[in-house]
Write a protein that binds this ligand. Structure first.
Ligand code: MLC
Ligand code: AMP
Length: 492
């Protein structure tokens, strides 16, 4: 079944209800959203997009972006969203790899790869012209369970991004599980301040609202004043831990402001026990933490009604199997630390055009190796204790050190580099570069070198020069030692 058919059924029952509540424009009702999806579907078809074609999208968080996503689902095209912070150099790789039929972006020069580019901005762009002249498409194409709905790029330990292929069924099974597990209600109102080019803002937050056609307060970015202003009108907030530390840092945020909220959900990065405790002390409410990733969507969650335990990510969601295993595949028992592995309809079908990489990440019995280290207790509750993959998570965005190190090593004055994540009061972890450079290198030099090449959030917040990097007897850089050495540079 096409995922959009499920949403469309709900939209049709709620035509007069607000779908996207906007700050500085009239709200989009579900009737309007449905109509805009039909027009966007017509515009896509007119642009030559056929079922299975990829549509690459690098757009700000506009209601039209949401309509474009849903239109891709409707006509069976494969939606490929990318972070608006990515530079043209980073986007060039996605164009080459995904071979999109169409690229929709804010900048007409964005493409540069022979792919047709349509522009869409807040006030104009060729895409709006196409929409205005489009013939609406009413029929939603049928899709088989395995048909792709989206490809989301996620970087890897080699520094080369991999496209995770997600099917209509992966997405549908996950939103159905979340709807049930989180007890989504017909009168819920979602406060949405996440970006919509990643799993969290797009497939968790928007899908939960769309499945029951409930209103979304659609904020174009995280803005503490706007968030606080709308809290009394909402019942559910989904955020990365930085949302919650920023709310707690604001004296306006108190129990009265949170009183009408049914659920505060956190994910994408570890929520500290301290934040959990402070939040409960301030509001009387316990944040519900869940765990997921691009390749698997949501895997585990703390319960709606049972005990939500700080520092844990809860139980495997219904119909999802999760286990802890040793590197050699041996399944471990409660209390033993190992790799988290998951299996279920939520798990992606593989990396786009990378069958070998895909095969490496799956066990023979179909379990996917997440690269996260965890432990399960006797009741089946999971905790994440670390990462086997060399990954930094800053404000909920993933940064793969290799990608940054490769660019740093391009600098003539740099002999070698090690990129690490260290604790940061706002972003949870911050990216730090440790460099060996004969003459030393200034932060400004690094800044200038990286600026055009690497998304801003991936760039080091601090650059440190050393005479040599610590290595083990095998010659491998000891990143643990570096992380320890610099653990308090932002928190001291
Ligand atoms: C912004 N900046 C960051 C950053 N976000 N630096 C490091 N890490 C981040 N996450 C930098 C900008 O480059 C800029 O730098 C400066 O901070 C101010 O930019 P801003 O845009 O004003 O920042 P702000 O709005 O405060 O953004 C912070 C944030 C945002 C936490 C609200 O990063 C955010 O929305 N994060 C959510 C990411 C997310 O959705 N992750 C889900 C992935 S899905 P300068 O130097 O130019 O001033 C996933 C699966 C799952 O992981 O389980 O959910
Ligand atoms: P991404 O590849 O962007 O989807 O990021 C997925 C990764 O985010 C996971 O593999 C985890 O390392 C991390 N993550 C997601 N949710 C949590 C959580 N609740 N606690 C700790 N880490 C998390």
């Amino acid at each position: 079944m096409n995922l959009y058919s499920r949403f469309e059924n709900a939209f049709s029952q709620a035509l007069d209800k607000p779908a996207l509540v906007l700050a500085d424009a009239p709200d989009w009702t579900y009737a309007h959203l449905k109509g805009q999806v039909e027009l966007a579907a017509g515009a896509l078809a007119a642009a030559g997009v056929a079922p299975g074609d990829r549509v690459l999208v690098q757009l700000p968080k506009l209601p039209e972006t949401v309509a474009l996503y849903l239109a891709c689902l409707k006509i069976g095209a494969v939606y490929v969203p990318v972070n608006t912070a990515y530079t043209p150099r980073e986007v060039a790789y996605f164009i080459e790899d995904a071979e999109p039929r169409l690229f929709v972006a804010t900048d007409p020069e964005a493409g540069n790869g022979g792919v047709p580019v349509e522009t869409l901005t807040e006030s104009g762009g060729g895409w709006r012209t196409r929409l205005a002249g489009a013939e609406p498409v009413r029929d939603t194409i049928g899709r088989d369970d395995k048909d792709l709905a989206a490809i989301l790029y996620t970087s890897g330990t080699t520094g080369r991004a991999k496209g995770a292929m997600l099917s209509h069924n992966n997405l549908a099974s996950n939103v159905l599980a979340l709807d049930r597990y989180w007890g989504w209600r017909d009168d819920d109102v979602l406060l949405h301040a996440l970006p919509i080019f990643h799993v969290h803002g797009l497939f968790v937050a928007l899908h939960c609202a769309f499945l029951r056609a409930t209103p979304v307060i659609f904020q174009t970015r995280f803005d503490i004043d706007a968030l606080i202003a709308e809290l009394p009108n909402a019942t559910v907030l989904m955020g990365v831990p930085t949302f919650y530390t920023r709310l707690l840092a604001d004296p306006r945020f108190d129990a009265a402001l949170a009183a009408g909220m049914r659920l505060f959900i956190s994910g994408s990065a570890p929520l500290t026990e301290q934040t959990f405790a402070e939040f409960e002390a301030r509001t009387g409410k316990r944040i519900l933490e869940r765990y997921g990733m691009t390749e698997t969507l949501m895997n585990t969650s703390n319960p709606l009604d049972g005990e939500r335990v700080a520092g844990t990510v809860g139980f495997a969601l219904p119909h999802i199997a999760a286990r802890i295993a040793a590197e050699d595949g041996q399944v471990l028992g409660p209390g033993e630390v190992g790799g988290i592995e998951v299996r279920g309809e939520n798990v992606f079908s593989g990396y786009w055009q990378m069958p070998e990489r895909t095969a490496e990440e799956f066990r023979g019995d179909g379990f996917f190796r997440t690269g996260d280290l965890g432990v399960m207790d006797a009741e089946g509750r999971f905790s994440i204790v670390g990462r086997a993959k060399d990954l930094v998570i800053s404000g909920g965005y993933n940064v793969y050190p290799k990608e940054v190190e490769r660019l740093l090593d391009e600098m003539p004055e740099v002999t070698e580099s090690a990129v690490i994540g260290v604790p940061h009061p706002d972003f949870g972890e911050a990216v730090v570069a440790v460099l060996v450079a004969a003459e030393g290198v200034s932060e400004d030099r690094v800044d200038v070198h990286l600026r055009g090449n690497l998304a801003r959030y991936k760039q080091p917040k601090r650059v440190l020069c050393v005479n040599e990097l610590p290595r083990n007897t095998m010659g491998k850089v000891q990143k643990n030692e570096l992380r320890e050495r610099y653990s308090d540079i932002f928190t001291a």
